[in-house]
Design a protein around this ligand. Sequence first.
Ligand SMILES: NC(=O)c1ccc[n+]([C@@H]2O[C@H](COP(=O)([O-])OP(=O)(O)OC[C@H]3O[C@@H](n4cnc5c(N)ncnc54)[C@H](OP(=O)(O)O)[C@@H]3O)[C@@H](O)[C@H]2O)c1
Length: 360
Amino acid sequence: MTTIHLAIFGIGNVGSTLINQIQNIKSKLLTEQGLDIQIPVITNSTLAFFSNDISGQWEVDFENFSEPYNVEDIIRHFKAINVENAIAIDVTASQSFIAHYETLIENGFHIISANKVANTLSFNYYKKLRKLLDENNKTFLYETNVGAGLPIIETIKNLHQSGEKVEKIKGVFSGSLSYIFNQFSEGSLPFDQVLNDAVSQGLTEPDPREDLSGKDVARKLLILARELGSDAELNDVKIESLVPKQLNGATTLQEFKQRSHELNSIFEANKSQQKEASVLRYVGQLDVLNNVLEVKLISEPKASPLGQLKGSDAIFEIYTESYNSQPLVIQGAGAGAQVTARGVFGDILRLSNTLIKKNA
Ligand SMILES: NC(=O)c1ccc[n+]([C@@H]2O[C@H](COP(=O)([O-])OP(=O)(O)OC[C@H]3O[C@@H](n4cnc5c(N)ncnc54)[C@H](OP(=O)(O)O)[C@@H]3O)[C@@H](O)[C@H]2O)c1
């Protein structure tokens, strides 16, 4: 039997869903695979609940028994309960939490992260982190950084490492922007109504300009490019922002909402200037050969895989030496707590399997 111990940082949408998914399958994993997953610590940004292993009542326990903490308290707790296989799970959206990665790695933790920040800081930091992981013989997995639960990073890594030349990746990487342009292109509603609909369904960030700015797509594109050996920086990504200057960050969110009808004529013009049987798509495109990273609004034939996209699905077309005229296509829900938590869980199992082999 192999036991792994998780410190889960972040118990928001994804973190709490992950904990429940683990609790539901825990005894089956133990009997069928000899894998015992224990969770001695869960935290939000200010409080932690310490135990030997949380129970099904973890939410009540967190409410009643959590206490202020710092990362050193967690490291001490893991040492006190004699942990062999420690994994820190970053399911925060925090910029500042990344500062703890080095301390955690140096104190024996592997890292699994849904948080994109560590992979989109400077390339120097990116290299430094990997060097530290190597020196400490620790693993860093982050499948959910791109495409939530879809197996994008692992697929690209496998292609690259096996010598298959990846030439281009093109796709709709964002669930919210997928929904907005799928609805807008097919229907007759003005753009602001489609946008409001996406906001009220909780598909966008509270300020939808975060999605429309293209920055989130740019981060995902950068993560994929670096996976293929690029040393690009976030600033190198050419982004066509969908937020016009007069409605950008200097305008308050409330003003933006009141004036979002100003977007209608812009996107209506884009729509009407297309060739027949075409639809608008906001895509990320990586030209690997020329190291060009672009986020832009394009017009796509309706009959293409990108053109046929539905709902809030993400789609990734991967063009390689062998998948050339017909790309390898990965498509499905590109956001959501269940699929994302399942993707993090997949990383936990992948890492556990390598730890089981090492311990055998
Ligand atoms: N939701 C999705 O569909 C999706 C898809 C792919 C990737 N992701 C990524 O998954 C991560 C989590 O997303 P979410 O939707 O679950 O976010 P969320 O609901 O906002 O939850 C974030 C959690 O992180 C905690 N937190 C914030 N700063 C922290 C810190 N410095 N140390 C420890 N905990 C901290 C928050 O605690 P407080 O409540 O105290 O602030 C909260 O419990 C994000 O990085 C997101 O980009 C999400």
